[in-house]
Design a protein around this ligand. Sequence first.
Ligand code: HEM
Length: 356
Amino acid sequence: MYYGSYLHLDKILDSQYPVSYEAPNEPAHDEMLFIVIHQAYELWFKQILFEMDYITGVFGQETINDNSEDLNLVRHRLRRITKILELLNQQVHILDTMTPLDFLEFRNLLTPSSGFQSKQFRLIEARLGLSLESRHQKDYYKRTNEGGFTKPDYEHITNTESSNTILQLVNNWLERMPFFDSAYWESEQNIAYGDAAQHPFWSQYRTIYAAGLTEREQNKIHDFDYIFLEAVLESHSPEQLAMLRSNFSPSALRAALFIMLYRDFPVFQTSYQILDSLIEIDHLMSNWRHNHLIMVRRMIGMRVGTGNTSGAGYLEGALNKHYVYRDISGLSTFLIERKRLPKLPEALIRHLGFHQ
Ligand code: HEM
């Protein structure tokens, strides 16, 4: 083994070709930084996708033992993704050492290519669960002409969107949680709680939650009913319903809220941290979009992007719209104080192994 050959540095270090250094262009010193920074991003994107392969593999199994090594590794690797994203957020600032005038020296040579076309960035978004339909200015993504994707890249991205995303797999995993099985709640009567509103836990929780709302928050109980108990009130306007509609199913959201409520029990720690990392990933992606937007505004003002979008306007829209796990972070709206948490039935505690 030799350092350089193991890392294939001959290929990596021979992959920077500033176009401004090609005749008849004028060499632009900062183009090298521009290339290196994009390549560094793409290498880290590759690592993120590699970690996602593992995560998808585990969640793709029919059943996962919640106390297994697998789930712990998912937690660990999601956290690694958050650490990489933290680094990527820092990295944007290196570009701040390039002035807008430095950039203008080679900017026109880049048209119509743009970070917009980063296939790996789109695959990360798609695998997290961002679909074409929920994207800002979705027509931009369908372009396979100037500024859009090549046909193979476009197909790769759309196929990835329509296969199992982390969002769907996490939704299915949450739906499988056995917390509310009738056996743990009314074993002697063995009632099947098909209707969540009839379940003893949720009817008790709903009462406690409603009692804790202030006068101005009274309408939150209707949101609660819609999100967790699938009850639609006539007072909900179509716009309100669209706002409340979730990427997750009501039963998955019930399980997620339950995990958040009882997170202090050791048995819920891994599941809780998995949900928390997904929220954190969403948050860090949005921070990146914000940092990139500020940098872009400074660099090109309100000019259109080299990738033929409206530029800063498009980026701002994407920043506001491209959250995937907003529904999970939004669960905080429905928490109650720890001291008011309903006591869990013995049978459930035994099943979850709290006594161990
Ligand atoms: C001088 C520096 C940069 C400028 C002026 C710039 C500008 C832009 C603009 C205007 C867009 C919107 C699409 C378009 O019309 O082109 C865009 C999108 C994008 N850029 Fe940059 N960019 C810069 C650096 C970077 C770097 C270093 C990365 C790292 C990979 C990057 C990644 C992206 C990505 C992923 C998008 C799509 C964002 C989304 O859809 O949410 N950009 N960029």
